[in-house]
Design a protein around this ligand. Structure first.
Ligand code: GDP
Ligand code: IMO
Ligand code: MG
Length: 423
């Protein structure tokens, strides 16, 4: 059996959580492969909204096993809070939620270092979620990290102390004003580690290999989006992991030859939270309406998301890098009532018109070239079948499919599980 992937094609928050939840009924296993609690994945069903950060979005399905893969970084404190929030659902976590021994831990001092680094950068800050993601991946690649499997060893606290002490001197090096009580942060951390230790730790690459061999279906859940990828995103305004398809291989130990479908998910417009270039960003009523109607506030930090027209130059790039085989278009309902819609199909770049994503996409280098289309008036949120779609929406979808050369198989018309239309 192949492993299917679901990935964000923009700057995150495309609606991955919702679609993973919808697709989980087709899979035995859902596995997160990168990122950490910088992610906020929203699911809605039965009138309740859930936001997950580290726990995979298949957790509410009775028979699905949820795996936190080796490529993920885990903050035990946030993880414990997530578990606490789910207590009322009476889920059997010991059985349903299993964690790779090779996943790295976010320490309290990683969070402090993230904050110190951002403060020191001043205006050039990344706009990090301040969850300690960058410093934790730095320790991973620097070969200093503490992994989940270390918690099963007797001496892990010594390793912890040495690393936390080193972090403290690094914080001093930044020479910025930081108020914190490390003893208190550590109390919370060690308490949360004990809760984490109650879960099942596994060698997830071996588990997934055997699961596949025994005919289980697996869906890998991405976090963030392709334009936040550490290699292919808008560096340095990116996250610290490979959010693209290849990240699923390294983040789960699945061979490239085992990958089946690659589901690429995008919003019918574009959003971005945090700093960094965004060629189609809007500062007018259209952008404001997208933000308001789309309720565009970060699921992790509550920050307002920047909004703009769909950028096909960037989307094509993401489709290619991931090898997307099917697309899902989210939040078309938010655009209902727009008199016109614009889609960026090329950039003016250094006096030339180009259709690929160049090295620098800052506003001073790039001016978007737009194709204008007619908007639709109809409310999409109660529609249950693609045959009910207005002509203008069908035209929009057909135009995107022609440009992207990949079929749009799902159109989402609202946040609820049921507001999902298969084509
Ligand atoms: P993720 O990080 O990719 O899982 O996405 P987020 O959960 O951060 O952000 C997506 C937001 O859009 C959430 O508030 C969802 O409930 C909401 N959402 C998802 N799909 C739709 C849709 O089709 N229409 C509307 N209006 N909201 C949606
Ligand atoms: P999901 O999985 C949107 C952004 C931050 C910042 C940059 C680096 O919900 O789509 P980091 O905390 O990783 O150091 O932040 O990346 N970012 C996200 N933006 N959705 C996310 O996750 C994000 N995770 C990180 O805003 O610009
Ligand atoms: Mg999100």
């Amino acid at each position: 059996m192949a492993v299917d992937l679901l990935l964000g094609l923009q700057w995150g928050d495309e609606g991955k959580g919702k679609i993973v939840d919808v697709l989980t009924s087709n899979y035995n296993i859902i596995a997160r492969f990168q990122g950490g609690p910088n992610a906020g994945h929203t699911l809605e069903f039965d009138g309740i909204k859930h936001v997950l950060h580290t726990i995979p979005s298949g957790i509410f399905h009775e028979n699905a096993i949820n795996i936190v893969g080796n490529g993920v970084v885990i903050d035990p404190v946030i993880f414990k809070k997530e578990l606490d929030n789910l207590k009322k659902f009476d889920l059997d976590f010991k059985k349903k939620l299993i964690i790779s021994r090779k996943a790295h831990l976010i320490l309290p001092t990683h969070r402090l270092l993230d904050a110190a680094s951002e403060t020191a950068k001043g205006k050039a800050k990344i706009g990090s979620t301040l969850k300690g993601i960058g410093p934790t991946y730095m320790d991973k690649t620097g070969r200093n990290g503490i992994r989940v499997g270390d918690l099963e060893l007797d001496n892990w606290q010594e390793k912890y102390r040495a690393l936390a002490d080193k972090h403290e001197s690094m914080i001093d090096f930044y020479n910025v004003q930081m108020d914190y009580d490390l003893a208190e942060l550590e109390r919370d951390f060690f308490e949360a580690v004990e809760v984490l230790k109650e879960l099942t730790f596994i060698d997830s690459e071996e588990y997934l290999y055997q699961a596949q061999k025994n005919g289980n279906t697996i869906l890998a859940e991405g976090a963030q989006g392709s334009l936040l990828d550490i290699d292919f995103g808008t560096y340095p305004y990116v996250t610290s992991s490979n959010t693209t398809a290849a990240g699923a291989c390294t983040g789960l130990g699945v061979a490239p030859t085992q990958i089946g479908e690659v589901f690429g998910i995008f919003k019918a417009y574009t959003t971005r939270v945090g700093s960094g270039p965004f060629p189609t960003e809007l500062f007018d009523n259209y952008g404001e309406t997208m933000g308001k109607v789309g309720n565009e506030f970060g699921a992790t930090t509550g920050r307002p998301r920047r909004c703009g027209w769909l950028d096909l130059v960037a989307l094509k790039y993401a489709v290619r890098i991931n090898g997307a085989t099917q697309l899902m278009m989210m939040k078309g309902d938010v655009l209902s009532g727009f008199d016109k819609l614009k889609v960026c199909t090329a950039y003016q770049y250094k006096g030339e018109t180009i259709e690929h994503l160049p090295y620098n996409i800052e506003a001073e280098n790039v001016t978007p070239v737009y194709t204008e289309m007619k908007g639709w008036k109809e409310d999409l949120t109660k529609m249950t079948d693609a045959s009910q779609f207005p002509k203008e929406l069908n035209d929009y979808i057909a135009f995107l499919e022609e440009e992207l050369e990949v079929p749009i198989k799902i159109v989402s018309v609202g946040p609820d599980r049921t507001q999902t239309i298969h084509r």
